[in-house]
Design a protein around this ligand. Sequence first.
Ligand SMILES: NC(=O)c1ccc[n+]([C@@H]2O[C@H](COP(=O)([O-])OP(=O)(O)OC[C@H]3O[C@@H](n4cnc5c(N)ncnc54)[C@H](OP(=O)(O)O)[C@@H]3O)[C@@H](O)[C@H]2O)c1
Length: 277
Amino acid sequence: MSLTLSSTATITGTNVQIPRLGFGVWQIAAANCAAACAHALNAGYRHIDTARLYRNEEQVGTAVRESGLSRADVFVTTKQGVRGDTPELTYQLALESVEKAAGTAPGAYVDLFLVHIPDVRGGADGRKEVWLALERLFREGRARAIGVSNYGVQHIEEMKTYASVWPPHVNQIELHPWWQQRELVAYCEEQGIVVQAYSPLATGTKLNDPVVGEMARSLSKSPAQVLIRYGLQRGWVVLPKSENPERIRQNADVFDFELGQDDLRVLDGLDGLDGQY
Ligand SMILES: NC(=O)c1ccc[n+]([C@@H]2O[C@H](COP(=O)([O-])OP(=O)(O)OC[C@H]3O[C@@H](n4cnc5c(N)ncnc54)[C@H](OP(=O)(O)O)[C@@H]3O)[C@@H](O)[C@H]2O)c1
């Protein structure tokens, strides 16, 4: 079936649907974040990706509430990579994020809550403690789905020793043509873990790449649109960031063209060709 702005992925074992295109808000200052999210929601995005670390969860929540859209129609993700001094305090930190991103009304929820990084203080103990806090939010209905970010196969396998919810619903990892993490993606797909691609534009560092530029010209699209489309056609949930209204709109305008098999092969071939990645 062809992709549209309303296309979703289903979280295995649940009825939760994740919009395949999301709007990332890392590095958007709190003062600009509600306006950027409003532009994104106006442009048709229905999925916003924030984190405790980004210091803009509250502005995401405000933008969703002020958008006039029903809460159920917008998918909100947040993340936590730190623990408190006790398991209860770790849970309270996570609950604080839910209340910032979704409001303080009883039963307010985020759609997805991720352990942000495996490098939580205390290593395996820290990862376990944050995960158990997210499982509690999941049981309480304050997070409709829970997952991880930047986890390798070994971290996901380690979770089997302590997780009641396994596999994690999502693994959010850096993915673009220059960094394809194929073994990890294949493992997630085998386990039924939804793969989210962060930094799909390589954080803006590869938009002048000649191969992508030539492909974009031949398709009458921009390099950013080609890269977003690549991630979508690879089956990932794709999370571009922009705080420019025109580029926010442009990044959602990726459903009127398709990369052919030859284009996909060329982009696949860029993997590992850049020393930076
Ligand atoms: N889980 C994690 O650890 C993690 C880590 C990194 C990122 N993420 C998530 O992934 C999201 C996206 O990743 P990212 O922020 O690294 O960057 P990205 O989406 O790969 O690239 C964003 C950069 O590209 C520019 N840009 C965006 N659209 C453009 C266009 N159409 N034409 C030209 N330039 C364009 C942006 O500038 P302007 O804003 O000026 O347009 C910005 O400099 C983050 O916001 C975050 O939600 C998660």
